[in-house]
Design a protein around this ligand. Structure first.
Ligand SMILES: [Zn+2]
Length: 390
């Protein structure tokens, strides 16, 4: 790494304070009747007003928690029943992933299991999704710019992706004003997830010349803004405008990086944890990040000390701490201290117990994200990560 360059992204990315106001013009050019996929809060009122003012009809589909295969089926049926020709996702990663899956399924027909990786038949999507507009209201998943939608399969106890370049949003609207008032716990879990989504692609075996500059920028911005933003939110104060902007950008950069360079063991574990325990994605990634870095660093020092990953860990430490002379251990300790300051709970909170770890590891090995990890980890090493993250 890096080998060549690869970058796929939505056709249009609108960013900056007030960017949401441009939704009407964007939607009006893409369709006449939108399925508006949201979470359960009523924050979408403004979106509805903007659509109505632009002459775009809309039907709401609310998603309860992280989307499952059944969520995608129900949303697809709702879009077909209403005759929607456009899908808008407004919310956190759950709403955006649900919207993205629905847009693909309406256009392609069939059932999610026809196309899902890991648990389904894995058929390729052949038709472009219905036009899809993504509007994130947390700074975490980067789903607004990725080409996959993660769906939980409670029956299989895992999460798996629908994935295709045909699923990229036609437009992503990233308005940092939408992050005002995020609860501290959501800011913490989504923020550390966003950080992990620039760190893992930077260390990934698929890191490349197109994603590296984005990852570096995202790491620096996130590392600087996240502790300040969380301290403000926790004190009940408004988050500084520049910090909100930095977090929104780090999330966007993470989405671009992971879609084009892959991830690593943090996300390799997160997929089965989400499926086995309905654990929220961001919180799980935050709980895992320090111990994944620590075990990866030790394995790389032992088995690939002269490889590129070792140099990247040094560079990562310097970016996180802001000190050029920082050691790899300093960088890892910085992430652990961040998670302590942000009061990130361990995995036991979500139901993981020692006796379930072997099953977790079997499933994590099969997760697509694990393939990007900078070094192949043994079962003992994976067990150590899971135990230390409890
Ligand atoms: Zn993530």
């Amino acid at each position: 790494m890096p080998s060549g360059a690869a970058l796929e992204a939505p056709a249009r990315i609108e960013g900056g304070p007030g960017a949401l106001d441009r939704l009407g013009g964007i939607a009006n050019g893409l369709g006449t009747h939108a399925l508006l996929v949201t979470g359960h809060s009523n924050r979408h009122a403004r979106v509805g007003e903007l659509l109505a003012a632009a002459g775009v009809r809309w039907t709401r589909f609310a998603v309860d928690g992280e989307p499952t295969i059944d969520t995608a089926r129900a949303g697809t049926a709702a879009a077909l029943a209403a005759g929607c020709d456009l899908v808008i996702g407004f919310g956190g990663g759950s709403a955006l992933d649900a919207a993205k899956a629905i847009a693909a399924l309406v256009a392609n027909g069939g059932d999610p299991l026809d196309y899902l990786e890991v648990v389904g038949r894995g058929h390729a999507l052949t038709r472009p999704s219905l036009p899809f507009v993504a509007i994130p209201t947390t700074a975490g998943t980067g789903s607004e710019v990725t080409k996959n939608a993660v769906l939980a399969s409670p029956e299989h106890g895992v999460k798996a992706s629908l994935r295709s370049p045909l699923m990229l949003a036609r437009a992503a609207i990233i308005d940092p004003d939408l992050l005002a008032g995020l609860p501290p716990a959501v800011l913490a879990s989504s923020g550390v997830d966003a950080l992990s989504q620039v760190i893992e692609p930077f260390l990934s075996i698929r890191a490349n010349a197109a994603t590296d500059p984005l990852a570096r920028e995202g790491i620096r911005r996130s590392a600087a803004a996240l502790p300040r933003a969380h301290a403000a939110a926790r004190a009940g104060k408004p988050i500084d405008t520049e910090d909100r902007q930095a977090l929104a950008q780090a999330s966007l950069l993470g989405g671009l990086c992971l879609a084009n360079a892959g991830l690593g063991a943090v996300h390799g574990f997160a997929a089965p944890l989400g499926g086995m325990f309905s654990a929220p994605h961001g919180a799980v990634c935050a709980a895992l990040l320090p111990d994944v870095l620590r075990v990866n660093a030790r394995a790389i020092a032992a088995r690939a000390p002269d490889g590129p990953a070792h140099a990247r860990l040094r560079e990562l430490a310097a970016m996180l701490t802001g000190r050029d002379a920082a050691s790899i251990d300093d960088g890892i300790e910085w992430t652990a201290a961040l998670c302590r300051a942000l009061e990130v709970p361990g995995l036991a909170r979500y139901g993981l117990t020692v006796d379930r770890i072997p099953e977790l590891i079997t499933k994590a090995r099969a997760a697509s994200s694990m393939k990007g990890n900078p070094i192949a980890l043994s079962d003992d090493e994976l067990t150590e990560i899971a135990r230390a993250s409890l």
